[in-house]
Design a protein around this ligand. Sequence first.
Ligand code: FES
Ligand code: MG
Length: 600
Amino acid sequence: QGQVAELSLDSHHAECENSLRSADWFGRTDDPGMKALYVERYLNWGYTREELCSGKPIIGIAQSGSDLAPCNRHHIELAKRVREGIRSAGAIAFEFPTHPIQETGRRPTAALDRNLAAMALAEVLMGYPLDGVVLLTGCDKTTPAFLMAAAQVNIPAICLNVGPMLNGWSRGSRVGSGSVIWKARELHAAGEINDDQFVDMVADGTPSPGHCNTMGTALTMNTLMEALGMTLPGSAAIPAPYRQRSHAAYETGLRIVDLVRKNIRPRDILTREAFENAIVVNTAIGGSTNAPIHLLAVAAHLGVPIDMEDWDELGFHVPLIVNMQPAGEMLSEDYYHAGGLPAVIAELVAADILPHPEAMTVNGKTLGENAQGKTTWDRRTIKTVRNPLKKDAGFLHLHGNLFDSAIMKMSVASGEFRKEFLEDPRDPNAFTCDVAVFDGPEDYKARLDKADIHARTILIMRGVGPLGYPGAAEVVNMHAPSALLKQGIRDLPCIGDGRQSGTSGSPSILNASPEAADGGNLALVRDGDKVRVDLNKRRVDLMVTGAVLEARRKELDEQGGYRVPRSQTYWQDLHRREVGPLSEGGGAVVAVSWRNSHTR
Ligand code: FES
Ligand code: MG
């Protein structure tokens, strides 16, 4: 039997519904030698021939928790309940490790790992006897990475979030993991806390197992997985240590076996309509500026057409109705008790602003059906669409002579920021600023307090995109220098070709593409230039003539172009050769070149 031919995507998809993929290894081969070879090591591990060869579905559990990945570590416990669910449904579980992605511990940036983990997982799903897979997601990039893999291989899949940690508390107030660091940084820079107090304050934000308890990138991405239909309804918000999380793990194990038996695959669920729902939900929850990058990358693996304009067109006018840090005050436990995503969806459906309530989800019901009868239990945390925290709370998609694409998250533009920068009655949505420009975070740290920066300076961070850093670091959100912090000035607008942490509340212009290292005009900015931002026109322009830009480009070319740090590993080098701009998902190129070359 031609093993290789039978394992290809297209021939597999054409097979009849009831024939299991794992039978290519353990069942329908007429070559007893191959079958013996496939079976013997799994028998050796302890599975019996009855388990392997009697036609039970074999379900992978993609384990992302480890000592290196503490945000997802609780999955080591949850996987046991997933396994029991799989077993109860009459199938066999094969748990395996994935490439670790820990947002906070990985240098130079965990962004390097998303595409690597996605490709590695796709190889595992394609190459081993798996009929379906449970994706154990959590920390920021684990979720998109695993979805990119599942989208590529398209075997039945379901996500299980590790769950957010409990609320953090410090001195009687809620302090969010991730978010508290920005506050602590400012206090430290202003000399109000010492080094030890800095660490203590930040650690108070992380009181238990789980991913970040703010509406940072982790909770955003897992909420969007639920909105896309890839997670059991209501499960994304359950805090990691709650018993309900363990129940969700068991039920996820039961459900994946159903998905295999009914042959329901990621591409049946992850449609253009599902992505439109996710874009609207992202604004309603105050979701992370990393969401467009990750969803664009997933969509590229599916061939679903989504671009940055869609985020502005479909998402900008949606109101913010979830009151969570960093856009608001509350944390994940409050969000869960208020009703989580089903309550949010019910509010959006009631106001008729969810574009596709009829979109199908992994539990076999539509997104709208799953939200029927769901109630918001706490109006401090989940508001109504009529009486939101903020109107027009989505992302603006910006362009101009500095870049073709960048976004700004309006849900975090604070009252002071609006007063300071946007309340000129002659031009209420535009401002002009002097520029201070930094080449990467090291340069910023070294020069921040020495640079010429005042209350109306815009800070520019360049050289931190997918090619520049490499991976695209979360360093665009910069605080003001100590002298300004002491005067109470915190929010200086920022522009950058890198990313910003989803936990940051800074009104930044992010993900600028093309990046400085890829021929973008950010490389031509100089200290003392002026930038004009016009939010109505969606424009950001450097106030110099085209001739000046041309002369500076020539000068830079003569010096050998914009310089970036060397690659430290082979993967960093390969990543730099393959990666696309953030405006296309920062990784889509890998998928596109793969799809184009995969012809039969
Ligand atoms: Fe892992 Fe926030 S750092 S979830
Ligand atoms: Mg992050």
